[in-house]
Design a protein around this ligand. Structure first.
Ligand code: CA
Length: 231
């Protein structure tokens, strides 16, 4: 049993083929939606979170390559392209445009199902790699790309400055950073404001990521500065 139902969008103008794939995928336990032209496909992709797309190349309104190009501007969702027999150019263009795989019509449904499983496996590995890019200190987790911070799985709302400061501390986990170094790095060399700015922002951070949870991440090193570390 799958932990959760994966959602697949089929973009295919030949309704019989689309319906056939849909029935087979539903039988396999996937949740399926269909679109019969490129524009409709793109609209459905934008309005609903799918896990995989099966995309025909020859489509009315917007062709499959163009649909894929627009999807790739915002998402790395797995895409399997359907191409006409021996259309080598289609395959090359599709893969160049960021398709994960392609399958030539007519195809055996078992082959499509196998490709789908491979695409899902690759995408899981890909997501694991992404998770490794996150910075973690105990129950504290920071995602630099999304600019999100979680404590014990709870999203914490930080200001830009608070986030930058925490990010810097976490990048330098277990390394003591002086107030001067932090000030230069986060506030800039030309900062002439309050010289206790670092202490003030450390206090803000503690009130958001430590105190509500009874946890401790940031340690004061007397006369020097601060360090973030696992307890
Ligand atoms: Ca077609």
């Amino acid at each position: 049993m799958r932990a959760q139902m994966e959602r697949i969008l089929i973009i295919e103008d030949e309704e019989k083929i689309a319906r056939f794939i849909e029935l087979e995928l539903e039988h396999e336990g996937y949740k399926v939606d269909k679109a019969f032209n490129g524009r409709e496909g793109l609209e459905k992709f934008q309005s609903y979170p799918f896990d995989l797309i099966i995309l025909d190349i020859m489509l009315p309104e917007l062709n499959g390559i163009e649909v894929l190009r627009r999807i790739r501007q915002v998402s790395d969702i797995p895409v399997i392209m359907l191409t006409a027999r021996d259309a080598v150019v289609d395959k090359v263009t599709g893969l160049d445009s960021g398709a994960d795989d392609y399958i030539t019509k007519p195809f055996a449904i078992e082959e499509l199902l196998a490709r789908i499983r491979v695409a899902f496996r690759k995408s899981v590995n890909h997501n694991d790699k992404k998770i490794q890019e996150e910075l973690v200190v105990g129950d504290l987790c920071l995602n630099p790309k999304k600019r999100e911070v979680y404590v014990r799985g709870n999203l914490v709302n930080l200001t830009k400055r608070e986030f930058d400061l925490l990010n810097y501390l976490m990048e330098n986990k277990n390394i003591v950073l002086s107030r001067e170094t932090i000030l230069e790095r986060i506030w800039g060399y030309d900062y002439y404001g309050e010289n206790n700015a670092v202490d003030v922002y450390i206090r803000y951070l503690r009130s958001k990521i430590e105190e509500p949870y009874g946890l401790k991440f940031i340690y004061t090193v007397r006369g020097v500065g601060y360090v973030i570390k696992d307890e």
